[in-house]
Design a protein around this ligand. Structure first.
Ligand SMILES: [Zn+2]
Length: 68
């Protein structure tokens, strides 16, 4: 994975955070954000983003790895 750090704060990213950036910003995004930075820029709570990630995962979206 080429860019696996948040471009805003430098935090190491999970696949879910990269997937969430792609969903929220653009499929073609090449810069990714961690959940706290995404939450801040979209003015939502981190827990809402986590719920959305679980929803996207449940739809079988390939951006999110199935839960182990
Ligand atoms: Zn960040």
């Amino acid at each position: 994975m080429p860019n696996n750090r948040c471009v805003s704060c430098g935090a190491e990213l999970t696949q879910d955070e990269i997937g969430a950036t792609k969903k929220l910003i653009s499929r073609g995004a090449e810069e990714f954000y961690c959940l706290p930075c995404l939450a801040r820029s979209f003015k939502v709570s981190e827990s809402l983003l986590r719920e959305k990630i679980e929803y996207w995962r449940s739809t079988g979206c390939s951006l999110f790895a199935p839960k182990e």
